[in-house]
Design a protein around this ligand. Sequence first.
Ligand SMILES: Cc1cc2nc3c(=O)[nH]c(=O)nc-3n(C[C@H](O)[C@H](O)[C@H](O)COP(=O)(O)O)c2cc1C
Length: 183
Amino acid sequence: MTILHIDSSITGEQSASRAISAGIVEQLRAGNPAAHVVHRDLVADPLPHLTLDAFADSSVVEEFLGADTVVIGAPMYNFTLPTQLKAWLDRIIVAGKTFRYTEAGPDGLAGGKRVIVALARGGFYDSSSPASALEHLESYLRGVFGFIGIEPEFVAADGLNLGPEQRENSLRQALAETVRLAA
Ligand SMILES: Cc1cc2nc3c(=O)[nH]c(=O)nc-3n(C[C@H](O)[C@H](O)[C@H](O)COP(=O)(O)O)c2cc1C
């Protein structure tokens, strides 16, 4: 089994999404010690913005297609995903590889893979929150992975910037959730 571990937070050791994505990978490995893990740090090794020339290089989409499970650390920056993570998505949403258009509409080709996303958000965006209309991270990732045939799973730490106690509680709950996910 191959696990592709993607990180995109710019905050290094302080990062909540990195702590949670690492927790998920640790739990998955505990259940499958022979698993091969490939770590792609999109901040240490950023992918350039998409260009037409970039389509000639299929290495990023092949790496994605070769993974059985993909774990993604996804912090919310300015109500959506970091540009580093968008640059990666731009390489894996590829016609003929991960989706195709048919007469009946778009068809996802990347099904059968598990995608687990570690979300870290400074505020709260549930449907009862006044900020819910600004949630373009989880909703976008659900939509884009759905388009290629995958229903992603999410582990979320929310309210991280609302004080140290809230941060600690949210992180603890998210890390506990990783145990359930890997079970
Ligand atoms: C540049 C930047 C922009 C941010 N924008 C938002 C935002 O729009 N909404 C929000 O709820 N939190 C926002 N935050 C807070 C982060 O979502 C929060 O700190 C989270 O922990 C980030 O994940 P990380 O710790 O893995 O970097 C922002 C943080 C940074 C550094």
